[in-house]
Write a protein that binds this ligand. Sequence first.
Ligand SMILES: NC(=O)c1ccc[n+]([C@@H]2O[C@H](COP(=O)([O-])OP(=O)(O)OC[C@H]3O[C@@H](n4cnc5c(N)ncnc54)[C@H](OP(=O)(O)O)[C@@H]3O)[C@@H](O)[C@H]2O)c1
Length: 356
Amino acid sequence: MRDIARHLPNVAGKRLPLVEKVLEWTPSYHASHITGIRSEYDGTEIEGDFYTVPLFPHQILSLDRDFVLGKIIDACKLAQDRGAKIVGLGAYTSVVGSAGMAVANAMECAVTSGNSYTVATAIEGATTVAKLLDISIPDATVAVVGATGSIGNVCAKIIAGFGVKKLNLIARSQLRLENCAKELHELFPKLELEVSTNIPQGIQTADIIISCTASGGDILQPSYFKPGCVICDVAVPHDVCREVAHLRPDVLVIEGGVVEAPGHAEFNFDFGFPEGICLACMAETMILTLEKRFENFSIGRGLHIEKVQEISELAKKHGFHLSGFRAFDEPVTQDRIEQVRTLARESRINRKVIQL
Ligand SMILES: NC(=O)c1ccc[n+]([C@@H]2O[C@H](COP(=O)([O-])OP(=O)(O)OC[C@H]3O[C@@H](n4cnc5c(N)ncnc54)[C@H](OP(=O)(O)O)[C@@H]3O)[C@@H](O)[C@H]2O)c1
């Protein structure tokens, strides 16, 4: 609804069913022109455009699949007609249609979901903040919420490769979770694995949580977390509900996949970040354009770890990097990190006293 107020003020404040209908009737449209992205490697400057598929995430999940895909393909064709050689699918536009596969099949230009770079930045963000909070990776229990998804599955594989103590895999489908756990067990036979369809149970012991569901948001409640844990919320809309900001000063939430683009990027579109900051899924398209790699880079559910590593190296080469940490529309300050560290330490001491 905040996006509606920003971009469609005529319907802001109207009742939800009416807004939903207006969105269904509104065709996909060109939203803004992007300028000023300049490679730090060779000075190449690129331009691009944003297109809007005017639907709420819950509509993308619940409306007729062909209708939704049609709107997404319409937006991609607008881009193609304006000369785009590659189109990136942001947020939920790659959740329908087999992680971008159906859209890519309908297009002549290249299509990417941006999910490989999203994974790279989520892992980098989560592990960096964990170290700042003195969480030892080899002793850590890590939970991936949405572990059977395109992003979650490869996040789980990468984090397992870091040699964590225990990995909890959480999603809705028990069968998909068991398949995911079987695959991980074959890759990492010594790793302790747990699967759960019960979110609070799955995350209550976790030191690090990477949350990347397509649930529509607000599924992680304040009471679920262990004191001192890190939650990297990759989902858009966010999985962590906003009350956590006030009710749990002893846990640290960061948004996953928030990136600063090199040069003087002007997106000319307010998606809630400061100037020059964008989502990793958007950045992946920019990086591939700077490399003139007009190919279906991250498409389909099975992402490859090699591609995550490759896009991460290309990002560094051109000067894309994590934007600093943000949560609940604000930067995460050093003071905030200190506060979590102190409260977590106090909580650990209190628990020891109670056990004695
Ligand atoms: N920050 C960024 O730059 C960026 C970039 C791209 C995408 N994203 C976001 O990342 C998220 C995941 O994208 P994806 O492409 O990986 O989606 P996906 O492949 O459709 O996977 C979604 C995952 O969420 C799980 N899930 C859905 N509803 C759930 C619920 N109520 N409770 C628990 N688990 C639930 C699914 O489990 P089941 O298999 O059991 O259904 C699945 O594991 C989306 O929110 C998307 O917007 C962010």
